[in-house]
Design a protein around this ligand. Sequence first.
Ligand SMILES: [Zn+2]
Length: 160
Amino acid sequence: MTTVRCVRCSQEGASLTSNPFRSSEALRALGEQLQRSVCKPCYDAWLQTSVKLVNDSKLDLRDERSKDVWLTQMRAFLNLDGGRDPWRRFVDKRVRVETTSKIVTTATVLRVDDEKIWLSDFEGGAIARGFAPTQKGADGASGSATILRDFVLTIEEVRT
Ligand SMILES: [Zn+2]
């Protein structure tokens, strides 16, 4: 039996005995990543959650958009990207942010800490309402601003 130090539960556990995506050329590398980094109990927990997700959200996994949603949820559930903080995967990415006061904007993430997120290059060139401007030149970028993570309703990467 092969064991892994699991990125989701931080325990040493049995790894997946076979690549769950072995039949898909596009996803085979992801399957190998799963075998290297996630324990079987956690993967099984994901499969259970996944069934519920597919039913509740009416995902059709033959559809690319649904498949993206499913894979994003899987990465988040299994903590494949973030180490300890899943928000760190947004650093240097273009994101669409919706705040709790229903402001929607697109900007680039500079950095993330436990409390706040730093953004720059807001769409339209102006810092969106509800964001606190940082000093010009801070973080090496003009027009950057922070927002408390608690005020972020949704954040998602924008594919450019
Ligand atoms: Zn685990």
